[in-house]
Design a protein around this ligand. Sequence first.
Ligand code: PBG
Length: 328
Amino acid sequence: MNSGYPLIRPRRLRSSLKISNLVKEVSLNPSKFIMPYFVVHGRSLKEPIKTMPGQFRYSIDELLKELKSVTALNIGGILLFGVPEEKDEFASESYSDNGIIQTALKSVKDEYPDLLIITDVCMCDYTSHGHCGIVDENGCVKNDETLEYLAKISVSYAKSGADIIAPSDMMDGRVKKIREALDDEGLFNVPVMSYSSKYSSAFYEPFREAAVSSPKFGNRKSYQMDYSNSDEAVLETALDLDEGADIIMVKPALSYLDIIYRIKQSFRRPLAAYNVSGEYSMIKAASKLGYLNEESAVIETLTSIKRAGADIIISYYSLFAAKLLSKF
Ligand code: PBG
């Protein structure tokens, strides 16, 4: 062992920006980012979302304009959420041919045939009570009955042009049901990206304003996971993979970096992490107050998600980060 000046000197690899870039273990790539969008009926609408400064609800014509930057920046794809005209107990608009998502899919595919579109499949944006499924007289979500609807929504989205179907409802058995329904329609090549580890989280709060999807009574704790649990994430993920999930997910991301790491190590399958609305709004708010440097905080945050093991990052900061990266 050399006892004087150390031969191994980690600082040497940080002695210039060029060298440190060369040995960087993890770097961000916009083609692995997914940008979520909220779509509303109407024309010329770009409604600011109060709880998520810098994010909007777009009518389809406005969304088409916005997507120019998505393709210019080489963002991996978009994730669409619909805000329906009318809500009812059965979420009817979610599987209607003229639903907001179906209409958006057709228009976006027309104008941007190469843009990858993922559709979130869930009923909470579309139900009058705001829960993620069919509710019985006691206010409980009926798991098996809901599955039929989720399958119907998924087929309808895929037929309208969705490239990937992403069920976020958390009903048991949904991936299998959706996979079978897609296959029955010959939609074999449409993958399922399952929200396999979705925790019941305070960090979804801003989203619920964005998507107008707060539950009118109760909460989602009976179908979303308890943040005290980690083994459960492994079990849920194993079940979803068994049922045919092609891409798995951990959501939220930041308080769950250990889960991202564990799921990647356990399964070594394509893994997405959802950097959710509350995580976006926290950085936004702090930087508006001058407490944080937004650019540095965003890049550090997204890098940590990638370092933990996520292949794909779903983030409202996708465009912002991609612009920054192209500066380097
Ligand atoms: C629908 C859904 C939610 C989010 C994505 N899909 C809300 C929820 O489950 O309450 C949250 C995304 C975000 O906060 O950015 N079930």
